[in-house]
Design a protein around this ligand. Structure first.
Ligand code: ADP
Ligand code: MG
Length: 705
């Protein structure tokens, strides 16, 4: 599956370990380099390598992007504008208007039903190849030129000269690179098929599942994906391989998970006094989604198998409150809990929240970040059990941090951390329970692939009374109105975040934009309101104090970089202004906007700046239109493709050959269901029918979290 293809990807050396390649790996001849094919020199081999094709077998798995339909010959009298056609006729006129830049060649083609013009731009030598009187097959799109129907830039082959073979049936169109023509690729792939020499390919899908879904056998599907009899056959073959890629991946993640969960973990007490006290003292009632999440987490924690749960909830859905319950249960069991956050500001905020709610109930909470004071003393207190809850940044995973009895690890905004960082914290106790929280909703199809090894809980609702943040683009000439509005609102007790992008030039992050804006606005239109500046380069103590002042309402306008993007919770803020909004990604914009609308007051988000690209404009429109993080994630997936999602590149998921995470979400669900079923019956994939799937899963498991 994961052929980490044409990208010069560091994981390239893993190429060929995937599932699809296993379809032929029992046929040794296919492991030969492409240069073993006739007519293939080093130059073409180098071009093929750019496509991720190195062996003869790789050619079989170089799947077409689409097919051209040459099944019928259209009579010239039946041509219609905008249609792709194949027709056979005789050239009656040929004319070249020479031009150094782009010669225009026109011809007239005639068949029994009538005649039509053809036009080529920039192609030389056509007059020689198609002199009047010659018969040929032409294929191309019918367009209009000077008010007449014409064939535009048609492809052609002389009749009786292989034209029948070239323009027949459904012709594959492959992803290619400059210098490698479709004709050449088709030839090489056909030659690769000859190498099979009748040896049947074998898929990974067990026969009973193949029958249940009506999938064609692997060998048949492999041929049909290149040379189908009908478009439906090509799509069905593609779906078969997509399913198989998903099946192998899901088997891998579920298998890996089974391995990790087999270790004995902690059976936490979920009926203890701290948890009970927390329930009573919480100032609000949990939403149904929060309650379901708490129930699922406590059930996991009570069981001896280690918890591995991903909690997904949109910004503002109240994940922290859920985490507090898990922490209370750990403490009730005499264990320590660790909470890791991606930024110091967020760690500091969490430490405050936890202190506020749990310290009065007897818990001892400490903060450990790179710059928080007393690090050594905190580490000692953690090691000898003086501290029950430790909150921190990556500093938590340093080797110098030891726990007395770690029972629970929570990773907030987990997509911000690498796989290795998350794993290291998990390794600091004997199989502690793991809870990962994320507010960057990724589409379910991606969740199942990236985090398929975890149990998933989604908080689908927001606390009651929350209104969607009204979002609009603000044109430059309205900025004065905007400033006036910010001042008025500040006087009414509503705070504003004013976010400016960092301008990144090579390595230097320029804070100019935000500092400059802060200075000019606080001296000018915003001079009457208390404002402050916040950015990543400020000393931690200053940052913390600034955020605290903002949270407590002592500051009305906070100018900042996107450091406020993750997790910051200041419920009094009701206005978000984002300068040069198009320079942020869609999910980042959603996170930023999520800083407001955290109470029952109507909040507003203003997007400034004019997007330089169409895609940028679509991003801003999507943000104005959609409010649920999940809808936004889907929109983002469509706009940017799966490769841009956090974590995807590392796992090489962009290397699917047949599967498409956007289109094939349903197939993925099916494959996951099937993989579960297989593993329930045959947990180690030992049965003969699962042997090939087991091999693929084992190889894939090595590259997945
Ligand atoms: P996120 O899921 O983005 O991390 P937070 O945990 O920061 O969200 O919670 C957002 C805000 O909502 C906080 O101010 C929190 O106190 C509040 N909150 C959480 N749960 C509820 C609830 N059930 N009812 C009312 N307010 C809530
Ligand atoms: Mg949060």
């Amino acid at each position: 599956v994961f052929f980490w293809s044409s990208l010069a990807h560091p994981a390239r050396r893993y190429r060929g370990c995937g599932a699809t390649s296993m379809i032929y790996d029992h046929i040794p001849a296919l492991a030969a380099p492409v240069t073993s094919l006739r007519g293939m020199g080093p130059k073409r081999a180098a071009l093929l390598e750019k496509l991720g094709v190195e062996t003869v077998g790789d050619l079989l798995l170089h799947f077409p992007r689409r097919h051209e339909d040459h099944r019928v010959r259209t009579a010239i009298a039946d041509l219609a504008e905008g249609v792709d056609v194949t027709l056979e006729g005789t050239v009656t006129e040929m004319d070249v208007r020479p031009s150094r830049r782009q010669p225009v060649t026109t011809a007239v083609i005639e068949d029994a039903s009538g005649s039509v013009g053809a036009v080529w731009f920039g192609r030389r030598g056509l007059a020689r190849q198609l002199p009047p009187g010659v018969a040929a097959v032409f294929a191309g799109r019918v367009g209009r030129y000077r008010d007449e129907l014409v064939l535009q830039n048609p492809d052609f082959a002389l009749s009786g000269n292989g034209a029948e073979a070239e323009f027949s049936g459904l012709r594959p169109v492959y992803p290619t690179v400059d210098g490698l023509s479709q004709r050449q690729l088709r030839g090489f792939i056909a030659a690769a098929f000859e190498t099979l020499d009748g040896t049947p390919c074998q898929g990974l899908t067990p026969a009973d599942l193949e029958a249940r879904h009506g999938w064609p056998p692997a060998g048949e599907a492999l041929r049909a994906i290149h040379w189908p009899d009908a478009p439906e056959a090509a799509e069905h073959a593609r779906a078969r391989f997509a399913y198989e890629e998903f099946l192998a991946l899901q088997a891998a993640v579920l298998w890996g998970r089974a391995g990790r969960r087999s270790g004995a973990g902690v059976a936490h007490n979920t009926q203890g006094p701290l948890l009970e006290a927390l329930r009573i003292s919480l100032p609000f009632t949990l939403t149904p989604g929060q309650q379901r999440a708490v129930d699922a987490i406590l059930a996991d924690m009570a069981a001896p198998a280690p918890m591995m749960r991903l909690l997904q909830g949109d910004v503002g859905s109240g994940k922290t409150a859920v985490a507090l319950h898990a922490i209370a249960a750990a403490l009730d069991s005499g264990r320590q809990a660790a909470l890791m956050a991606p930024t110091e500001a967020l760690a500091d905020q969490h430490a405050l929240t936890i202190k506020k709610t749990l310290e009065t109930l007897g818990a001892r909470v400490a903060l450990l970040t790179g710059s928080a004071p007393g690090g050594a003393a905190v580490r000692r207190a953690v090691a000898d059990g003086q501290v029950n809850v430790i909150v921190g940044t990556q500093a938590l995973i340093q080797d110098t941090v030891d726990f007395e009895s770690l029972g629970l690890v929570i990773v907030d905004e987990q997509h911000r951390f690498g796989v290795a960082q998350r794993a290291r914290l998990g390794a600091k106790g004997p199989a502690p329970d793991l809870l990962h929280m994320t507010a960057t909703p990724i589409p379910r199809s991606l969740t199942l692939t990236l985090y398929g090894g975890m149990d998933l809980t989604v908080i689908p609702d927001l606390p009651p009374g929350r209104l969607p943040v009204k979002t609009a683009r603000a044109p430059a000439h309205k900025e004065e109105d905007l400033h006036r509005y910010i001042v008025e609102q500040a006087q009414a007790g509503k705070q504003t975040y004013y976010v400016c992008p960092l301008i990144e030039e090579s390595d230097v992050r320029d804070l100019g934009a935000v500092t400059e804006r802060y200075e000019s606005l606080t001296r000018g239109p915003l001079r009457s309101v208390p404002a402050a500046l916040l950015h990543g380069r400020m000393a931690s103590a200053v940052k913390e104090e600034t955020l605290r002042a903002f949270r407590e309402g002592r500051i009305s306008v906070l100018f900042s970089t996107s450091v406020v993007e993750v997790g910051i919770d200041a419920p009094g803020a009701a206005i978000m202004v984002i300068e040069d909004a198009a320079s942020f990604g869609l999910s980042q914009l959603h996170q930023l906007r999520g800083r407001v609308g955290r109470s029952d007051r109507q909040a507003y988000c203003f997007l400034l700046g004019t997007p330089a690209t169409e895609e940028g404009k679509e991003r801003l429109d999507a943000l104005c239109r959609h409010h649920s993080g999940f809808d936004i994630a889907e929109a983002d997936l469509r706009l940017r493709g799966p490769g841009e999602f956090a974590g995807v590149r590392q796992t090489g998921l962009t290397g699917f050959r047949a599967a498409d995470l956007v289109r094939d979400a349903e197939l993925l669900e099916t494959a996951r269901h099937d993989a579960r079923e297989i593993l329930a019956r045959d947990p180690r994939l030992r049965e003969a029918a699962h042997a090939r799937l087991g091999e693929a899963a084992e190889r894939l498991a090595a590259f997945n979290p």
